[in-house]
Design a protein around this ligand. Structure first.
Ligand code: 5GP
Length: 190
């Protein structure tokens, strides 16, 4: 998605060889027009997949996941993060490390919103090591629902998350793939 690459070059801030700050587009401010375009593009890639629900993890995945769900005409469910895991039979929960915060959080989805006959499209903002994605995929598996695939705005190819998810046989689509952040330069995969 060329318009997105351009915006990332203009507004992304390279924090280190590993981390790209995208507060202006994804993690603090949302550009509605650009977000709707991202939603259209991701929805187009999964339009024929029979998706019944879109799922994401709060909070940065929500705007783009909403845009995808609106395009596909299906509900959006967002997994919530909670600080402690109290035994709750009404939810599916997984413990995941947070890449940017350096802490462990529990993500949970109510059983009410994830059913065994669902075909789920999982949308997220950025995939790095893939811990958040693996946690949510486990939740989906445990619910008995099937996974249509995963769509992300940014894939950082130099980290292993996306590769390991694809090795599990999951279709993973990225709007933009970044191959390196070395020397303060954002390099896209062509
Ligand atoms: P993972 O679980 O794949 O290691 O990390 C996923 C989450 O961490 C993403 O949803 C995103 O919010 C955050 N994250 C990972 N890498 C980056 C990065 O380079 N920049 C920003 N802004 N967030 C990141």
């Amino acid at each position: 998605m060329e318009s997105l690459k351009q915006r990332i070059l203009e507004e992304g801030v390279v924090i280190s060889d590993q981390v790209l700050k995208l507060d202006a587009l994804l993690n603090h401010q949302v550009d509605p027009k650009l977000t709707l375009e991202m939603g259209k593009e991701l929805a187009a890639r999964f339009r024929e997949s029979g998706v019944t629900r879109v799922i994401t993890v709060e909070s940065s995945g929500i705007p783009v996941a909403f845009a995808v769900a609106a395009e596909l005409g299906v509900p959006l469910v967002f997994a919530r993060r909670k600080k402690t895991l109290v035994g709750d039979t009404e939810t599916f929960s997984e413990r995941v490390p947070s890449f940017t915060k350096g802490i462990v959080t529990d993500i949970m989805v109510s059983r009410q919103f994830l059913k065994s006959d669902d075909h789920i499209l999982f949308i997220d903002d950025i995939i790095a090591n893939g811990d958040a994605a693996r946690g949510l995929i486990k939740i989906i598996e445990r619910s008995g629902a099937t996974l249509a695939g995963m769509g992300v705005v940014v894939e950082k190819c130099f980290q292993q998350g996306a590769a390991t998810i694809r090795e599990q046989g999951v279709r993973l689509e990225a709007l933009v793939k970044i191959k390196s952040l070395e020397n303060q330069q954002i390099q896209f995969e062509v």
